[in-house]
Design a binder for this molecule. Structure first.
Ligand SMILES: *Cc1c(COP(=O)(O)O)cnc(C)c1O
Length: 811
């Protein structure tokens, strides 16, 4: 049990102000929105992209009374019932506490590092070991400096073994993670190219990753990555590979259509077994798991038996369209408190339906642990869900959850038989269950069908990109996110809900209709409309949308309309034309604008802005500077003329990066949010949308044949041709025909053949290994693809047809 007093000792604090030394602390929190047991929570004011000190007040309002801060906070001085611990570095303090707690763990601690496959190996080891051991695993992608510390905090001696994943992106980070995790056993998955840009070389990256295991007694790795010379002498190395000298030797692999047969040898005895995977990465991960299990003294026959039950798991939380106009959040592969909390946070972000349903399975160990029951109750009673469908044991406390409507089923089959009775409609449903409950059957029944092409939207990446740009602007500069054109093709309220949750200041759409869709999807942020039309004035008022005002004629029309409707001080955004020559008042018109504004009460200037025509182009820097200067002069005149101040904004994505002097009061972030790098600094951006389809049919054709309409696809050799279901009606431009377009299958690029049809096109896959059903990435490099047909990434993104299903995921 940790009290404030003990924590103060652990952190060796000199400075603190404590109202209650004996206050017990069970939860470490860093996000004021995510507090479940406020009295027992210790809030860490981390200073990352946003300064946690600004949210201390919010945390207090939610009942938190204990804080770790690195500077004085006026609010905390004004209240007396708080425990405030002052430290130099808040993250480090959190880590120190986590290390202290980690050292109380008496079970075995396994650290997992590597470029890819960490989460899969962690999850699979969890499954393989759980059959006879109590296993703890760090939740989802909690592998950063912060995530690892939080993972360790949840450890307890209830567990026999703990699996902790460690991820790094920069040199120097692993040393800190090693000090935190102090793994007794190491598992190294592989080394790839991810994040390579921050390291001098692949071997520098490898050396960095290996630091995690510096003091471990054993390491499990493939011999092709790690040789004995690379690790400290005290460490035992258990390798797998294709050499007879390897501890686990892979003698043969045979790929079948949906499975592979592996032949391995250990201690010169051969074993042959089948696994339900065919891809190279999964086979490598299986061998890593096999080697680990063997090191843990499990007999090969036992391991083989357990491996058969592994399934390729969806590691991500997915948001899909469901039947009855519902939204489904699919998280049907695991169930523990930490991952439930992540899913509920995600559910809380999604406001498109006011009704929210949670379908939840019983949890491992819940029946025997009152502490676990209490925590689960705390989590459930703080959610905004309207009803819960519980599958599993009937607990007395289920009937007492703050008036939450709970329906109980003893098994998944029971629930499936009654699915119609639940009448799922116009609601968001979170489906969260342990693996053995097979909740994917529920998801399958509730998902809306569509054709095989989907646009996957990675909401984590979107969030990452937002933080990336936010860190480039000062704290007092506001951020407006451009969600026009269906968020550059990636979706409307789904994306906007995330932006709202991430506390951007403003959203911008092109047309009033788009704004209406956002309001219907639960968006309450202020919304600017770029191209309002006089026939949408009523809509603007009804949905509280703020128009861009770009001409005297338009201003007069709007003022007249407001007069008729008795509205005063309606917020407008004045657009100045400093060189784009699209919409906007010319600088010479500002005087007239001032006069008009001063003669009325119907509108009030909320902001004034201009748009740069070439902020990303260094050859036009002089012109950009001219635009900025012209704007600054005109806006000063306007402000003085109307006698009050308003938000000033100029910078789009490229200008955020290249023109810090043009940040003014607010920036307008567009394409960068969606992961497209227009300024080649964007190696730090993450890819948000992936357009993918599958191979529908394969054909072997002699070179005398042609492919597609008008016999335009001429073969120059005997060829293998793949048909994929994406055509110009989906937004795949006809100019991508005749080999101009390149798609990616199993990590290899393949060209199109012949013309692009309306709903399909054909690829030349003669040179690669492929089978029907394989996944095809349509735009492996969107920048390259847009250059290939003489356009820009913006156009490719927004042209992806609305009939292509959007699937959102969150890791
Ligand atoms: C689209 C748009 C932006 C965003 O531009 P990006 O280059 O995508 O960042 C900013 N301001 C206005 C007025 C826009 O129309």
């Amino acid at each position: 049990m940790y009290t404030i007093d003990l924590i103060r000792d652990i952190l060796e604090l000199k400075s603190c102000e404590v109202a209650n030394y004996s206050q017990q602390i069970t939860e470490l929190v860093y996000d004021s929105r995510k507090v479940n047991q406020p009295e027992q929570s210790l809030f860490f004011a981390l200073t990352a992209a946003r300064d946690g000190h600004d949210f201390v007040n919010d945390a207090y309002q939610r009942g938190v009374r204990s804080f770790v801060v690195s500077r004085s906070v006026t609010f905390l001085e004004s209240v007396s019932d708080v425990n405030v611990l002052f430290v130099d570095d808040v993250l480090q303090a959190l880590q120190s506490l986590a290390v202290y707690h980690r050292l109380t763990f008496q079970g075995q601690l396994v650290g997992i590092a590597g470029s890819n496959g960490k989460s899969v190996v962690k999850e699979w080891l969890f499954q393989l070991l759980s059959i006879d051991k109590k296993v703890y695993q760090s939740p989802k992608s909690y592998n950063s400096q912060l995530g690892v510390a939080l993972s360790l905090w949840n450890l307890s001696n209830h567990y026999d073994i703990a699996l902790i994943e460690a991820g790094i992106s920069e040199p120097g980070e692993m040393e800190r993670l090693q000090a935190l995790i102090q793994p007794e056993i190491g598992v190294f998955t592989n080394i790839g190219l991810a994040h390579a840009q921050n390291f001098e070389s692949k071997s520098a990256k490898l050396q960095e990753k290996l630091k995690l295991f510096r003091e471990s007694k054993a390491l499990i790795a493939a011999s092709k990555y790690i040789s004995p010379g690379m690790i400290p002498e005290h460490m035992e190395l258990y390798q797998w590979g294709d050499q007879q000298s390897d501890y686990v030797c892979l003698e043969r692999v045979e790929l079948l259509s949906n499975s592979s047969v592996l032949q391995i040898s250990i201690d010169q005895v051969s074993y042959t077994f089948e696994i339900p995977f065919t891809d190279k990465a999964s086979i490598e991960n299986i061998l890593t798991c096999f080697t680990f299990m063997s090191y843990m003294a499990y007999a090969p026959a036992v391991i083989i038996e357990r491996l058969k039950q592994l399934r390729q798991l969806e590691m991500r939380l997915q948001l899909k369209k469901g039947i009855g106009n519902s939204s489904l959040i699919d998280d049907s592969y695991s169930n523990d408190l930490a991952s439930l909390q992540i899913s509920l946070d995600f559910l809380a972000q999604q406001n498109q339906h006011s009704k929210k349903t949670l379908i939840l399975s019983d949890m491992d160990g819940l029946a025997s642990s009152e502490k676990l029951q209490e925590k689960l109750r705390a989590i459930l009673s703080r959610t905004s869900i309207s009803r819960m469908i519980w599958v599993g044991t009937a607990y007395p406390w289920l009937s007492d959850l703050n008036g939450l409507d709970v329906t109980l089923y003893h098994s998944t089959d029971d629930l499936l038989a009654n699915l119609d009775v639940l009448a799922i409609k116009d609601e968001t449903v979170l489906i969260k269950g342990g693996r053995t409950y097979l909740f994917e059957q529920i998801v399958q029944r509730l998902t809306l069908r569509s054709h095989g092409t989907v646009l996957e939207i990675n909401l984590n990446a979107l969030s990452h990109n937002l933080m990336h740009y936010r860190s480039m602007i000062p704290n007092d500069v506001k951020l407006m996110a451009m969600v026009k054109a269906f968020s550059y093709g990636s979706g409307s309220f789904e994306v906007a809900n995330l932006l709202q949750f991430s506390k951007v200041d403003y959203l911008t759409v092109a047309f009033a209709d788009e704004g209406v869709e956002l309001r219907m999807g639960g968006i309450t942020l202020p919304i600017m409309v770029l191209s309002p039309d006089s026939d949408t004035f009523q809509t603007l008022l009804q949905y509280d949308l703020e128009p861009e005002v770009y001409s005297m004629r338009f201003l007069n029309q709007f003022i007249d309309f407001l007069k008729d409707n008795n509205r005063k001080a309606y917020k407008i955004h004045v657009k100045l034309d400093t060189g784009m020559h699209r919409l906007g008042f010319l600088p010479t018109e500002v005087e007239g604008l001032i006069d008009r504004l001063n003669q009325q009460e119907e509108v009030r200037v909320q902001s004034c802005f201009t748009h740069l025509v070439a902020s990303g182009d260094s050859k036009q820097d002089e012109y950009t500077q001219y635009q900025i200067d012209t704007y600054a002069t005109a806006v000063a005149k306007l402000e003085q003329g109307i006698g009050y101040s308003f938000i000033k904004h100029v910078a789009n994505t490229s200008a955020i990066v290249r023109w810090p002097q043009a940040h003014f009061d607010m920036v307008r972030l567009g394409i960068g949010l969606y992961g497209v790098d227009m300024d080649s600094d964007g190696s730090q951006l993450e890819k948000v949308s992936t357009l993918q389809t599958t191979v529908t049919q394969l054909k072997e054709l002699p070179k005398t044949e042609t492919v597609g309409y008008d016999r335009k696809g001429i073969l120059t050799r005997d060829s293998r041709i793949a048909t994929v279901k994406i055509g110009y009606a989906d937004g795949y431009n006809r100019k991508f025909g005749y080999g101009v377009g390149k798609m990616k299958i199993n990590n290899q690029l393949v060209p199109t053949v012949g013309t692009i049809c309306m709903d399909m096109c054909m690829l030349d896959v003669t040179d690669i290994e492929v089978k029907e059903g394989d996944i095809v990435e349509v735009f492996p490099d969107i920048m390259q693809a847009s250059q290939d047909i003489g356009t820009i990434p913006y156009e490719l993104l927004v042209n992806i047809s609305s009939r292509v299903k959007r699937v959102y995921y969150f890791e």
